[in-house]
Design a protein around this ligand. Structure first.
Ligand code: IFM
Length: 452
């Protein structure tokens, strides 16, 4: 039996991207080098040696891209600003041409009836700052606040939705501990220090937004994963709790409780780390009140006890028969509902946005020129239903941003995984809306969908 499900009348349907993944124009108009330029140009760091030098050439094609968003009917577009376009050497010398690009983009969006939603940091730190220690250097916090203030001043009259950081777990742990993202270091102590400064800069940037007198909303975006024990044993349940501390609570607790989770602190200390970077007042700053939480949801983690560094092991491959995306991520829409319900239970009632959700599949152009992506349509349909179930459970979910508008540079995976609802033919830069684009357009137009 099917039934029509509806979303609240002012639900903010959107799409999301980030600067380094789509803009290209890496050396244009005075843009400085970012840590992702350096990392992707280092042999062996990305699939096929792919870089963001050209990406989707959005820097030049933004006007047409915005027109396509308007045709989709989205009410908002979440994009990030490339810090090294504004401050090429990471200091205080503003590169006007870099800022002008975002002025043009915001104007175009508003002209086409799409609300801009700005992420301040989606991982492209100026390399000049990395040369001075990057996020492990406390001074980067002040540099970030200054950069944020420039944007509030320049765009604050037209941008009503701001996000300080995107997924500090990825920037912090994948970039500084696992070494698979920029800047590529592999030291737990550096990662914890970097994360502390990322979260501190979040709090400082929120305070600076309030001080700017702007009346929009500001929050942070976290990548959150429900963690399940592989077996229902005491050991695996403890392992899942440990992994939850590492993945989720290490970020949620500082932002919403002004503390680091004690059990996770102890685990990191047992692995040799020192929590010696917290200064007086830091925890209060990190918990500066925000207007919403942005949730990026992709997949759950299944965890078992092991003798590894922290005492747990995340299952790398789902069991045979469990549906996955093209890069092996388990597809579990109910994990989204569960995440939102858990957040309210543990951190209180607050407005939420799903700031990213989407999936990579092996898309191709059919002989008739169309791109058919039924797996993505099904993925989105089931996750929209999961979001609506959260709303039915009383969660204050305000909007949903599909990742991603365009196929783009998927970091260490390069261009092979395609996440877009618009196919990008990289040799020609032609945009081809996929079936999922039309499906999403219809959902937005109806402000709902049919569910089984
Ligand atoms: O492409 C990334 C994005 O930059 C951050 N969130 C997850 C996406 C898919 O991996």
């Amino acid at each position: 039996m099917t039934r029509q499900i509806q979303f609240p009348p002012d639900f903010l349907w959107g799409v999301a991207t980030s600067s380094y993944q789509i803009e290209g124009a890496a050396g244009e108009d005075g843009r400085g080098e970012s840590i992702w330029d350096r990392f992707s140009h280092t042999p062996g760091k990305t699939s096929n040696g792919d870089t963001g030098d050209v990406a989707c050439d959005h820097y030049h094609r933004y006007a047409d891209d915005v027109d396509l968003m308007a045709a989709l009917g989205v009410r908002a577009y979440r994009f990030s600003v490339a810090w090294p376009r504004l401050y090429p050497d990471g200091g205080t010398r503003l590169n006007r041409k870099g800022l002008d690009f975002y002025q043009r983009l915001v104007d175009r969006l508003l002209d086409r009836g799409v609300a801009p939603a700005v992420t301040l940091y989606h991982w492209d730190l100026p390399q000049a700052l990395q040369d001075r220690g990057g996020w492990t250097n406390r001074d980067t916090v002040a540099r970030f606040t200054h950069y944020a203030e420039t944007l509030y001043h320049a765009l604050g009259d037209r941008v009503g939705l701001w996000m300080t950081h995107n997924e500090p777990w990825v920037a912090g742990f994948l970039g500084n501990f696992r070494g698979v993202h920029a800047p590529g270091s592999t030291d737990l102590q550096s990662a914890l220090r970097a994360i502390h400064h990322l979260l501190l800069s979040h709090g400082e940037a929120v305070a600076a937004y309030r001080a700017s007198g702007q009346s929009g909303q500001i929050g942070i975006v976290l990548s959150l994963h429900p963690t399940y024990p592989v077996n229902d044993t005491q050991q695996d349940r403890a392992a899942a709790e440990g992994s939850d501390g590492y993945t989720n609570r290490w970020f949620l607790d500082p932002v919403f409780r002004a503390s680091y989770p004690t059990d996770t602190v102890e685990r990191f200390q047992r692995a040799g780390a020192r929590i010696d970077f917290v200064e007086d007042g830091d925890l209060a700053t990190m918990a500066e009140p925000t207007d919403f939480l942005g949730v990026n949801y992709y997949f759950p983690r299944r965890v078992s006890a092991s003798g590894s560094e922290f005492g747990w092991k995340v299952k790398e491959h789902p069991d045979p028969g469990v549906p996955t995306t093209a890069i092996g991520w388990e597809i579990t829409p109910e994990g989204l509902t569960e995440t939102l319900v858990r957040l309210r239970a543990d951190y209180g009632d607050m407005p939420f946005y799903v700031t990213e959700n989407g999936a990579p599949f092996h898309d191709q152009i059919d002989p008739d020129g169309q791109v058919r992506d039924p797996a993505r349509v099904d993925f989105l349909r089931r996750h929209f239903v999961a979001a609506q179930q959260a709303i039915e459970a009383g969660i204050d979910l305000r909007g949903y941003f599909v990742w991603s508008f365009l196929d783009n540079f998927e970091w260490a995976f390069g261009y092979t995984p395609r996440f877009g609802i618009v196919y990008v033919d990289y040799p020609t830069q032609r945009r081809i809306p996929k079936d999922s684009f039309r499906f999403y357009r219809d959902v937005i137009a109806a402000n709902g969908l049919e569910s089984e």
